[in-house]
Each structure stands twice: as structure tokens, then as C-alpha cells.
Design a protein around this ligand. Sequence first.
Ligand code: S3P
Length: 434
Amino acid sequence: MIITVKPAKSLRGELATLPADKSVAHRAAIFAALAKGESVIENYSLAADPQSTLQCLRDLGVFVKQNKSQVVISSNGRLAFKPQKTQIDCGNSGTTMRLLSGIVAGAGLDITLTGDASLSSRPMKRVIEPLRTMGAKIESSPGDRAPIRFLSHEGLKPIEYILPVASAQVKSCVLLAGLFANGETRVIEKLPSRDHTERMLGLPSEISKHGARILKSSSSFEVKPGNTRVPNDISAAAFWMVAASIVPDSDVKLMSVGINPSRNAVIDILKRMGADIEVEVVSGSRDELLAEPVADIRIRSASLKAVQLHENEIPNCIDEIPVLAVAMAFADGHSEVRNAAELRAKECDRISAVVEMLQNAGVNIIEHEDGFEIAGNQNIAPKSSDYRSFHDHRIAMAASVLSLKSAGESTVADAECVSISYPDFYMHLSELCQ
Ligand code: S3P
């Protein structure tokens, strides 16, 4: 599907129904499947990735009932999976595949995890290696890609694992596998990545004398069923934060957005750029059952200035970098994103995709192996362009936000991929645009 995006005079309005946080939704469902009993998840995301997780859990024999955004999960616990299939399809979702790898390996199931073309090209060595060290028997496709075949084994042993990449998916995979191993598994992270797994499960942790976080799991750790509400997704909200900042005369309010400190660097980065952002933390009844802290966020247009991202904030804003690059194009001065080679291992190579997108718009951008530099200018009028999305939802949405600033119409190809995380994106775009 090719979408045409018209330039916007302003963006105005309130969005109460942003998509629910994908990272939290995957985990709420997976952790409910690990617990003995019934869990109810409110505000579950209807986007394709979290739906892939639900289907995988059904295929593992877990009872899953969905009514609109409410999901009821009933499980006999982590030792009682009864797979209905030998091949389980994770779709486009890296989080589904990497987190379920820990569980399928831990439970010793004879299962192959598959994915679409994009997921089958993404690196899986990062989960296969530690799981093999724990004793899992795994066959993978050349280059350690999906499909990944797990074979039954004698049981996992605990490990101490220093994360070679700042990845919440790898951290979670090893910790989840650790729930099946006798003894303590310790995962050491030097650069903090999103902490939803340890926060939602309540896993024990400590700080090493060198300042690294050590997270622990073991088979004696009890995963309890419970009722939770998923906050709205800050990664989806980020598109409107940038759009409202760069399009003049804008005023947008985003409701009940998750502001977990390991995910909210986008707010701080935009504020450093001079964005006009008000964050009102929500407490009281809307707070009930929430897995994570939330806030209502109001954004008005502002003159932006360049920014340099710090190495330790990269994992905290990794998914927001494509749209932050759009903000940088309209920010006076020299912006720089480095130490972000992980962007090349996402749904597409997001460094080359961002570079192509901004070059097509006439923006001055230099590519590096681990990032890019942008010479921004708040007065540039980007060229109308036919953007490629690379079948990557975040590139499609970033290109759409960029198109709002062009003098004429632009197009975004394969724009249906937004449904991976944000099925209503184009509906919200037309609601907000004046
Ligand atoms: C996610 C972690 C991040 C992020 C992805 C979701 C998660 O990936 O890019 O969209 O839910 O754990 P990495 O942990 O591999 O960096």
C-alpha cells in the first residue's frame, strides 16, 4: 500500500487511544503463561507483534481469550506447556522470538521458532549462544538466523552472563531460561537496557562494585498470576512528539503514556533540543493495576536546536532514533548519533534507511558504521519524495512525519507495515493534521 502524505499547517488535538506498549504487552502475556492460574491483561495491544505473541502462546497450549483489548490467560504454569504445533510462527516480532527462545529452551520443548523474511534475517546468535552454554540443544539456519530448532535436553544449568550487547531481549531471554535452571542465573548489564522484565516479574537484582546491574533468576523463583493494565506506548507517542514539535502552531496531548525511566530518554532528548513538552504524571484511578508509571504529555511547536546523544542513553531511545533523526533535520546545528550500530539489526538496517530517507528529502546527513551526523536547519523545506519504508513500521512512520514538512505531497511505500506496532497511525495522522 502506497500512502500519500500531505504537508500539514499544524497538528492539534488529543489522543487517548495510542497503541498499548508493545514491550510491556508481550511480557504481560508471556509472564502470565509462566504462572499457574488466571491473569487478566487490560489495554493489550491490537498491533500485529503483540498478537503474534498471543498466537504463539496458544500454540504452546496456553489458554488465551481476547475480547477487544482485554486478554485473559490461563495456564498450568511453566512446566506444563502442551505444544499444539512443532513450528511456532513469531511473525515480524524479535521480542517474541527472543523471549520465547528462553522459555522453549528452558522447558526443553521440541519446537522450531520461525518468523517472516525480516525476522529470519536478524541476528539470533545473541540468544542461541548463551542458551547453548546453559545446555540447550539448538539447531539454527546458517549464520545463526531463524528458523531456530530447539530439541529436548537433560535440563538447563544456570550461568553468569555478561551481556555483549545492551539488549533487553537478550537479557530477558537468559533470565527466562534461568527460571528453568536449578541454581542462580546472573545476567550482568553494563549499559542499562529497558527493565520491563525484571520490574514486572520482580526479579532480584544488585549493583556490582563497578556499577553494573546484576539480575538474577532461578527455578525457585515463583511467577505469580495477576491482573495488569498495559500503559500506552511511548515509542508510538514519540512520532507525535516530534511531529508537533516541528510543525508550526501545533498543540497535541497524548494520554496515559508509559514513562518507565529506562524508556523515556526521548522526552529528555527532545527537551534538550528545546522542545516544549509538559509531562503530567498520572496517579489515582487511571493508575490502578498499571504495570508501569504513566503520564499525560502535551507538546507544542518549538524552535529546535541540535543534540548529541550519549552512549548510555542509546538503548533507552533505540526505537525512537528514526523519528529523532527527523527532529534533528529541523534542529539548528550539528546533531550526532554514534554508538548505535544496533540500529542495523532492527526490522531493517535503520541507519541506512534513515540516511536514504533524509537524503531523499534533501537533508545533509553523513552515514557512519554506528550512526550518523545531521546538519540541521529549522527553516529547511524538505523535498517531496517517494519514500521507501523497507517494510519497517518505524521507518514508514518517521517518513510520514517528515512528509508533513514538505512543500508538496510525498508518498510512503509498503505503509501497511505500520500495523506491526500502530494500526491506527494514519487515522490519527488525519485526525491531528489541520
Ligand atoms: C525490546 C527491546 C529492544 C527494542 C525492541 C523491543 C523489548 O530491542 O528495540 O523494539 O521489548 O525487549 P533490543 O533489546 O534487542 O535492543
